[in-house]
Write a protein that binds this ligand. Sequence first.
Ligand SMILES: Nc1ncnc2c1ncn2[C@@H]1O[C@H](COP(=O)(O)OP(=O)(O)OP(=O)(O)O)[C@@H](O)[C@H]1O
Ligand SMILES: [Mg+2]
Length: 348
Amino acid sequence: MSQVHASPRGEPLLEVRDLRVHFPTPDGVVKAVDGLSFSVRRGETFGIVGESGSGKSVTCLTALGLINRKSALVEGEVFFKGRDLLKLSNEELQKIRGKELAMIFQDPFACLHPMYRVGDQLVEAVQIHDDMSRKAARERVVELLAAVGIPRPRERVRDYPHQYSGGMRQRAMIAMALLHNPDILIADEPTTALDVTVQAQILELIERIKEEFQIGVILITHDLAVIADVAQTVMVMYAGRSMELGARDAVFDKPLHPYTWGLLESIPRVASKGELLVPIEGAPPSLINVPPGCPFHPRCPHRFSPCDDQRPDFKDRGGGHPEACHLSAEDKRRLWSEREARRTKVAV
Ligand SMILES: Nc1ncnc2c1ncn2[C@@H]1O[C@H](COP(=O)(O)OP(=O)(O)OP(=O)(O)O)[C@@H](O)[C@H]1O
Ligand SMILES: [Mg+2]
């Protein structure tokens, strides 16, 4: 499974700059992504977390060129290995997609046809991009199925998708994504449909593959616990924007945005009994009518005068990583430790 890659670990592979994706609809313009910037490095798992409808999938689909440009206004830049993907033609994108940039989805059935054998589908996927004999392609498929932990791959290639368990289907999807040695693997809620044990195995597999192949992984989830387990970097999204972006430990130990605080307080922490779990009040806004100023302000207990009419810049205000909240670094430190104290008090 060894291979040589051009750029070393650590160099940005994908750089998204000020991305906007707006969908005009009869009810108004849906601002699904609204000024998003981030970069993903080789050897890094970049976690994107946020409530349903925050623009996580649209962000990745846009990077893959899977958003129909006729139905959406797409602005900004998505640099991948030196080229702006948003400027490429469909033909050029097709050469990259599924090859250098691969994606796995929540539902493997969305990609595996129920009527064809898993092996045949994978062999066909190999031959789309590589001029390889059927026999050589089959060998590659068997090798990859073994690599993703499918037992007896030489026999199992003859199975139909329904003969695989949910976890095995997801493994087959990952094998499909790896067929052409991608530089980046985008995994959109890859484990949501699986039970907890299988979920952990699939995440472990993605992690192992990332290390072994030295690729960059974008992992989308609404589950902070998943991010805590496997991501090195975390971006917290809300209403199509980035609220906070930093190293995993920094975001979990010293979160800077009240929305991140809310997310953290609504999930149980490992080894903490009796802690108060507080869901965030209210619901995310409609992306047709995003509140002015900070989009989170109607739900934020710490809002003050600029929040309702001035959009906070996304920058480092002294907390160590960029975030989009008007509070000063000092206020953030104080408020978060007060919330932490309140949260753990009930546990004593
Ligand atoms: N083609 C489209 N036309 C109009 N609106 C769209 C289109 N595609 C997505 N949207 C809207 O964009 C917003 C962001 O959707 P997206 O699927 O990116 O959310 P998400 O963060 O992935 O949510 P989930 O966690 O539920 O998967 C949603 O309000 C969605 O309805
Ligand atoms: Mg989604």
